[in-house]
Design a protein around this ligand. Structure first.
Ligand code: UAG
Ligand code: ATP
Ligand code: API
Ligand code: MG
Length: 486
């Protein structure tokens, strides 16, 4: 593809700079990582959290880059043009979209602190229930007809993302739901995606290592409405969160068709909810119609997620009736309050991905109504991530559970004992067991009839990162092994 076609109408700033021979430069590929440059590639130098890509222009050139885009145009002395653009990350996304050229025709994105993976997964399931070839892209990876790949980032970098979207479109996928993380939005990872609708779930404390303030965190999330979703497109917003009004205001300001869902929702109004052990039923009003919905999952928050997903599906052509009937067969996203097994006398063991305060609070509150005995929780906090959440989570665990075991999550480059001590500081009466497998065995061994065990923080993850090494580890497997050994 020629660089002039890549720039095209999508990036007038670059088109304006292209003249003469440089506009005919043939681009073989695009990357923002100099180490991945192959001869003929376009290297886009972006500023990151650890390094600035401009420092690697020389490296990219030595590997055969055909052109470079950076924040400033500089003369490299080499026979390769360096185009200066004010927003290289945004260009990277637009260029990747143009380079790969195709995406599933109908795409939606969901943002929020908690519930993104669940909503993306439920939306895919509702579409699939209506016979559509549907996919989801998020924390748990990629799920599409005939495809289930484990993932690493919640929102992939733009080059991987658009390569994936083309693959999905080529494989016949027409509908895709993706997660928009605050990092992804802030770093313009999905600026090249054409969205038919978008959603907001809620805002809580997370990623305060990355965002200087909560307002910055919220503003990053709001880019989904203010910058990415086209004017007039449906914006599905969960109405019962304390940040809902701000999200509604952002979407209204951007001229979108705001559709609120929840108890205060006007598009889908939640009336009555009944919680059972493994399922919930609710009454939902849609205009003048009243529906009884049944969701075969535990956890109050799953009703909220199900409504947001139904709102997205209905905003992309699915009828209310079809959306709600699909909810009856919903499968939870892997590791989201997932019942992994039970003891012989019926104590339940769940694996959950709560790794931030609100999520932990929600999950522990959700299991209380059906726990006649004790709630036992095993959790830790990841290293190299927001340290401020550790004491908050310690307090929540001891307030809402009866037995708390503090263990390791992914310590990464941090000293595990230090992370645990920061949690233990507020977790009065908690037991500390660093080895996660041993912590799970101990907790399972304590279970008596009526108890509920929550192993929180790692959900679907299949490894544990200690230092720079990731060893195979699965909470599911450890819980099953421990239950089997009883
Ligand atoms: C903090 C963060 O978001 N980092 C992501 C970001 O890296 P960065 O921009 O900070 O990179 P950097 O190391 O400062 O380097 C700057 C630039 O120089 C380039 N470089 C660097 C070295 C070199 O030799 N040559 C070179 O060209 C890099 O490729 C990069 O383009 O861009 C990279 C490429 O897209 C990502 O891989 C990387 O994710 C790291 C691995 C990460 O852990 N991210 C997490 C925090 C994350 O994004 N999480 C969110 C939210 C999760 C949730 O749901 O809660 C997610 O969407 O997954
Ligand atoms: N709507 C919700 N409100 C509050 N807590 C929720 C909600 N949905 C899920 N949770 C909690 O958050 C955890 C993660 O859920 P999910 O994976 O769907 O969210 P996410 O936004 O994708 O999270 P992440 O950013 O970590 O990928 C769940 O295991 C549960 O504990
Ligand atoms: N996407 C999140 C996942 C955190 C999961 C938790 N197990 C941890 O390692 O902290 C992050 O990278 O911050
Ligand atoms: Mg997620």
């Amino acid at each position: 593809m020629k660089i002039k076609d890549l720039a095209g109408a999508a990036f007038p700033e670059l088109s304006a700079q292209l003249k003469g021979v440089s506009s005919d430069i043939e681009i073989a590929g695009i990357t923002a990582d100099s180490r991945q440059v192959k001869p003929g590639d376009l290297f886009v130098a972006v500023a990151g959290t650890k390094a600035n890509g401009t420092a690697y222009i020389a490296d990219a050139l030595s590997r055969g880059a055909a052109a470079v885009v950076a924040a400033d145009s500089t003369d490299t002395g080499a026979d390769v043009p360096v185009f200066g653009l004010s927003e290289p990350r945004r260009f990277l996304a637009k260029a990747a979209a143009a380079f790969y050229g195709r995406q599933p025709e109908t795409m939606v994105a969901v943002t929020g602190t908690a519930g993104k993976t669940s909503v993306a997964s439920f939306t895919r399931q509702i579409w699939a229930h209506s016979g559509l070839a549907a996919a989801m892209i998020g924390t748990t990876g990629v799920v599409a007809p005939g495809r289930n790949d484990y993932g690493s980032l919640t929102t992939p970098d733009p080059v991987s993302l658009h390569k994936l979207l083309k693959e999905l479109a080529d494989a016949g996928v027409t509908h895709a739901a993706m997660e928009a993380s605050s990092h992804g939005l802030d770093q313009s990872r999905l600026d090249g995606v054409r969205l038919a609708a978008a959603a907001f779930t809620n805002l809580g404390r997370d990623h305060m290592d990355y965002h200087p303030t909560v307002e910055h965190y919220m503003a990053s999330k709001m880019r989904l409405f203010s910058t990415l979703l086209p004017k007039g497109a449906p914006a599905v917003i969960f109405a019962d969160d304390q940040w809902s009004d701000q999200a509604i205001a952002a979407a209204r300001k951007a001229g979108q068709d705001v559709r609120t869902v929840g108890r205060k929702g006007e598009f889908l109004t939640l009336k009555r909810v009944e919680h059972f052990r493994h399922k919930q039923s609710a009454e939902v009003h849609v205009g003048d119609d009243i529906f009884e919905i049944h969701v075969p999952l535990a956890g109050d928050f799953q009703i909220a997620n199900a409504l947001v997903a139904a709102g997205l599906a209905m905003s992309t052509g699915i009828s209310a009736k079809a959306a709600f009937s699909a909810l009856e067969k919903l499968q939870g996203a892997s590791g989201r309050l997932e019942l992994v097994g039970h003891t012989k006398d019926g104590a339940l063991a769940y694996v959950d991905y709560a790794h931030k305060p609100d999520a932990l609070e929600n999950v522990l509150t959700s299991v209380r109504p059906f726990t006649t005995g004790r709630i036992i929780v095993v959790f830790g906090c990841g290293g190299d991530r927001d340290k401020g959440k550790r004491p908050i989570m310690g307090e929540i665990a001891t307030r809402l559970a009866d037995v708390v075991i503090v263990t390791d999550d992914n310590p990464r480059s941090e000293v595990p004992e230090v992370i645990r001590a920061e949690i233990m500081a507020t977790a009065k009466g908690a037991t500390e067991i660093g080895d996660r497998a041993e912590a799970i065995r101990t907790a399972v061994g304590m279970l008596k009839s009526g108890d509920t065990l929550i192993v929180a923080g790692k959900g679907h993850e299949e490894g544990q990162t200690i230092g720079s090494v990731t060893l195979p580890f699965s909470d599911h497997e450890e819980v099953r092994k421990a239950l089997g050994g009883l």
